[in-house]
Design a binder for this molecule. Structure first.
Ligand code: FES
Ligand code: FES
Length: 626
């Protein structure tokens, strides 16, 4: 594999290495030189986490073959400042708190440094434009732009260097700008995520995934893969010594498909080998004999009699049904002057955190099976893994590595079990780093939902009854579906005091990618339907939407439809503040005046132009697509 003599300068040091012709510059920096401050987010030139300087030009190192770097001068995040120091740009990022998970930050610092090197006077629009190739999923861009402006001014001498120092903090941290303890390691690229970690003798894992949404596994032949030089082990469900099943509420997912695959991308087998290329080659030598089964991809179809059954234990494909009843809903509809019924749909959503899933497992000197990964639920993972590998809990350890963005998507133990098994089987550390494609194909998404909302109304705006029926596609495995259905049911009526309520939320198995936790945990789907329905009902009643909400909102002492008594309710203040700050133009939606003061009016926030690359000062007012 090592067939390229590379000579170049990296961070001021001459480097000469033999490396593989297949290597990208990103691989060379990370794997050969251990410069892991340069991150891989997408591997496709889209995210900017891999940004470095090549002969002074900002380059995405995932797109550049290592061979093309022959004779060049490379600068990475590690080379920007002297040892133990930070550049003004890095200090400014630290100062403003422009780093949350930190995964995008090395690339962002490189792009920002490039912006000021090319134009030390860049204005905010130019800064935005120059950072347009770098994505952040969690900090939000305002802190980043603020940091670049501070750095620009300090470098130009128009602001004192003290602007980079920490704000004074009084006795309380509350209400003060407090510096993040881990920010220096994030802005300098020193923080190591799971995919950056290495151990002596470490093996690399690759995973064979199902091409079918629903199929029986008749046989798996791993012999040719096992015989390939460099392969340390191949694992399948047959290697699991204990109770094979994980999930947040129902443990219905084997760590690799057991007898049946239920979605495209499900893990079927995994290989641990000396390097990633060998492991990937071994995957192609594994023979799986499938018998395809009819599949179901729509939750409502999966509820019909005769639909394909995804799990034998749930012949009706039901993961969880949450019913809530309050009052007499039929009597509530009978007393209504008007009934409004509507169906709403929300779509499947990918978390798209910048750090793809990664983990490292090893068996330590005390025979403790140890897994390092960005898990958002390590204690639960530890308990599940102990059962799966049939070890006492004190022989299983989970270490949480820095989470390069999670948003709920790293709550599921989807790959840690495979790593643990391979480490146990080989006695060597094993690392797995997902590609972006694997992350998208095989990890949980936000539940798509279809919600039928029926509301009974009096002419004066009072709601007399609500019927709310939500069908959610849980995908092939249960994961967090039960909790998501519970939260959606609890929040289904919004903050409104409704005397008669009938709620039904259903999580349903299909042969789609599993659905799981995602910011709001089911609240978003329910609230989208509720608030959309409130607007439609206000329009039908000829009422101002704020006024309609005030008629029905919960007040101090209200009891929710789940029988929770609320001592104090701030809904009125929230409505007042929202109405005020949006510049709301009072009146029913059908009776709006000619001036939409609430949209782009005086005092309202202008629409965000990030990424639009519009330069107002250019001669032709040129517009490019980012
Ligand atoms: S742009 Fe290179 S990893 Fe995303
Ligand atoms: S801080 Fe930017 S992706 Fe997390």
């Amino acid at each position: 594999m090592s067939d390229l003599n590379l000579e170049l300068e990296v961070n001021g040091r001459k480097v000469r290495r033999r490396t593989g012709t297949h290597q990208r510059l990103l691989d060379f920096l990370r794997d050969d030189l251990n410069l892991t401050g340069t991150k891989e987010g997408c591997g496709a030139g889209e995210c900017g986490t891999c940004s470095v300087f090549v002969d002074g030009k900002l380059v995405k190192s995932c797109l550049m073959p290592a061979a093309k770097a022959q004779g060049t001068k490379i600068e990475t995040i590690e080379g920007l400042a002297g040892a133990g120091d930070l550049t003004p740009m890095q200090k400014a990022f630290y100062k403003t708190g422009a780093s949350q998970c930190g995964y995008c930050i090395p690339g962002m610092v490189m792009a920002a440094t490039s912006a000021l090197r090319e134009n030390p006077d860049a204005d905010i629009e130019e800064i935005k434009e120059r950072l347009g190739g770098n994505i952040c999923r969690c900090t939000g861009y305002s802190k980043i732009f603020e940091a670049v402006e501070i750095a620009r001014d300090v470098i130009a001498g128009t602001r004192p260097a003290a602007a980079l120092e920490a704000d004074a903090v009084d006795a309380s941290y509350i209400g003060n700008n407090v510096r993040r303890l881990d920010a220096p390691s994030k802005v300098s690229g020193r923080l190591r995520y799971a995919g950056d970690m290495v151990m002596p003798g470490m093996l690399h894992m690759q995973v064979l995934r199902s091409p079918h949404p629903h199929a029986l596994i008749k046989a798996i032949d791993t012999s040719a893969a096992e015989a390939l030089p460099g392969v340390a082990c191949v694992i399948t469900a047959a290697d699991v010594p204990g109770e094979d099943g994980f999930g947040v509420f129902v443990h219905d997912q084997p760590i690799m498909a057991r007898g049946k695959v239920r979605y495209v991308g499900e893990a079927v087998a995994a290989v641990a080998a000396d390097d990633v290329v060998t492991a990937a080659r071994a995957l192609s030598l594994i023979k799986v004999d499938y018998e395809e089964l009819p599949a179901v991809f729509d939750a409502e179809e999966a509820m019909q009699a005769g639909a394909p059954v995804v799990h034998d234990y749930a012949q009706d494909n039901l993961v969880k049904h949450i019913p809530i009843r309050k009052g007499d809903v039929e009597a509530g509809f009978a007393e209504a002057d008007l009934i409004v019924e509507q169906t709403y749909s929300t779509q499947q959503v990918e978390h798209a955190y910048l750090e793809p899933e990664a983990g490292l497992a090893y068996v330590d000197h005390d025979d403790v099976v140890t897994v390092v990964s960005p898990s958002q639920n390590i204690t639960h993972h530890r308990h599940m893994l102990a059962k799966i590998i049939d070890r006492p809990i004190n022989k299983v350890r989970f270490i949480m590595s820095p989470v390069g963005g999670g948003f709920g998507g790293k709550e599921d133990m989807i790959y840690q079990g495979m790593l643990a098994l391979a480490a146990m089987k080989t006695g060597q550390p094993v690392r797995l780093v997902f590609t972006r494609e694997e992350s998208i194909i095989s990890t949980a998404k936000r539940h798509p939902a279809r919600i039928t909302y029926k509301m009974g109304l009096k002419r004066d705006g009072r709601i007399t009854a609500v019927s709310f029926r939500m069908i959610s596609d849980g995908g092939a495995y249960g994961l967090s579906t039960e909790g998501v259905m519970r939260k959606a049911a609890i929040l289904s009526c919004g903050p409104y005091d409704i005397p008669n309520v009938q709620i039904d939320t259903y999580g349903i198995y299909t042969n789609n990618t599993p659905s799981g936790a995602f910011r709001t945990f089911g609240a978003m789907q329910a609230q989208f339907a509720t608030e959309s329905h409130m607007d439609i009902c206000a329009e039908k009643l000829g009422l101002d939407p704020f006024a309609f909400r005030r008629i029905n909102m919960m007040r101090d002492g209200a009891v929710t439809h789940t029988r929770q008594a609320l001592d104090s309710v701030s809904m009125g203040e929230v409505l007042d503040a929202a109405e005020r700050s949006s510049g709301w133009e009072a009146g029913a939606p059908t009776m709006r005046g000619p001036q939409r003061a609430d949209l782009a009016g005086a005092g309202t926030r202008p629409p965000c132009t990030l990424g639009a690359r519009v330069r107002k000062d250019s001669a032709a007012n040129r517009q490019e697509v980012a």
